[in-house]
Design a protein around this ligand. Structure first.
Ligand code: IMP
Ligand code: MG
Length: 171
């Protein structure tokens, strides 16, 4: 077991998630939302967030990753496509963390081609100091320093996704 310290407590996360949901409820009053969860990291955040959403929501999932680094934009690899069309729908992409921004900028580009009515991004965490490409993020839980974090869906070698807090591996 790695030595993991708490960066953001479960209590703070839950409080912030509720605030984000309230904001979304206000912005989408009278509308319906198609939630697009990016597998696997966004699942815990998405579940907690949508419990507090009061407008009608439907769900779809996509599994993507990007290969590249801060120097090259890289390539988007789609491991699982959306099950349904999003044409004319108000969509929110849910992500666990934005690092360079490459994954989301490419994904947003791809999904825009499907002509949704609107397409916003909601992320639990953001590491703005790492940004390599511009991404317009409408809903953001917390900004953090350039640290590798785990928990709340985020993994290190596929472990620790189920931690209830956001932690940093200290070894
Ligand atoms: P980006 O394309 O560089 O923005 O990469 C975003 C993706 O990298 C996220 O969806 C995560 O899967 C992964 N990632 C980035 N930083 C971390 C971290 O600190 N912990 C765990 N996963 C991370
Ligand atoms: Mg991810």
């Amino acid at each position: 077991m790695d030595n993991i310290s708490v960066l953001i407590s479960e209590e703070d996360i839950n409080k912030r998630i509720k605030e984000l949901a309230d904001e979304i409820n206000r912005d989408y009053e009278g509308k319906e939302i198609r939630i697009i969860g990016i597998l696997k990291g966004s699942v815990y955040f998405m579940t907690e967030l949508t419990k507090h959403i009061t407008v009608p929501v439907t769900f779809d999932y996509i599994d993507v990753s990007s290969y590249g680094n801060q120097m090259s934009a890289g390539k988007l690899v789609v491991k699982k496509k959306l099950d349904e069309e999003i044409k004319g729908l108000d969509c929110i992409i849910i992500e666990d963390i934005i690092d360079t921004g490459n994954t989301l900028s490419m994904l947003k580009n791809e999904l825009s081609k499907m002509k949704p009515a609107s397409l916003e991004i909601c992320t639990l965490l953001d590491k703005p100091s790492r940004r390599a490409v511009l991404v317009d993020v409408k809903y953001k839980g917390f900004e953090i320093e350039d640290k590798f974090v785990v928990g709340c869906g985020m993994d290190y070698a596929q472990k620790y996704r189920n931690l209830t807090y956001v932690g940093v591996i200290e070894n």
